[in-house]
Design a protein around this ligand. Structure first.
Ligand code: MN
Length: 224
């Protein structure tokens, strides 16, 4: 009986927290040219098929000896136990998988009333949040990401991380669940904006998928 319980527990834990197959590139959900003129199709294509694909391939390579692969979220939360190649490529895979879902052609999307209330409480308003995120993105030196995340105490906060780190990682200076992540690597904007990171940051809000951000906010509120 105990053996059966053990086997069943292992089985269901495996389903919940792991995947046996390797990591794969998620589908984009829109065409490469669909976010033009904000994000040009060549940038989109290279970013997705070359950069993101490389993170996926290298993550699989880095974990090829592990027969059971942790789910991406679980991997992020225990990233300190893994070598740097897993941190860089696992972070790259998580961050880009999230990033694609946060972009949309629907230029009229708006935060849900619940999310907007929280944004107003934490930052004074939506315009103020955007200015603060752009400012944080500008002050971040080199490659990385700028984030809006939520702590377990329902506080929203802005942070930046270097390389492919993110606030979900147990190594993050301030930890939380990311609601928005904006790629600050030059590969995300250089063809269209060259060195003008501020112009890129100001423009990208026009294609931010507030419907998805609001869905993430509601999901994380329910989960905690
Ligand atoms: Mn990128």
């Amino acid at each position: 009986m105990h053996t059966l319980i053990f086997v069943l527990t292992f089985f269901f834990t495996s389903i919940l927290f792991s995947q046996s197959a390797g990591y794969t590139l998620p589908s984009l959900g829109y065409g490469y040219a669909d976010l033009e003129p904000i994000i040009d199709s060549q940038t989109m294509r290279i970013h997705y098929t070359k950069h993101h694909q490389a993170y996926v391939s290298n993550l699989n390579k880095a974990l090829e000896k592990d027969s059971v692969k942790p789910r991406l979220e679980e991997l992020m939360k225990s990233i300190s136990k893994y070598p740097m190649s897993v941190r860089n490529n696992g972070g790259g895979h998580y961050n880009h998988s999230l990033f694609w879902t946060l972009l949309s052609l629907n230029k009229n999307s708006k935060p849900s009333p619940e999310l907007l209330t929280s944004i107003e409480k934490n930052f004074g308003g939506l315009d103020s949040l955007i200015l603060k995120m752009n400012d944080a993105g500008m002050k971040h030196f080199g490659s990385g990401w700028v984030w809006l995340s939520k702590t377990k105490d329902n506080e929203l906060f802005i942070s930046t991380t270097a390389n492919q780190d993110n606030p979900l990682m147990d190594v993050a200076e301030k930890q939380g669940t990311p609601l928005i992540g904006i790629d600050l690597w030059e590969h995300a904007y250089y063809l269209n904006y060259q060195n003008k990171r501020l112009e890129y940051l100001q423009s990208i809000w026009k294609v931010i998928n507030w419907h998805e951000v609001s869905r993430r906010y509601a999901a994380v509120m329910t989960a905690e």
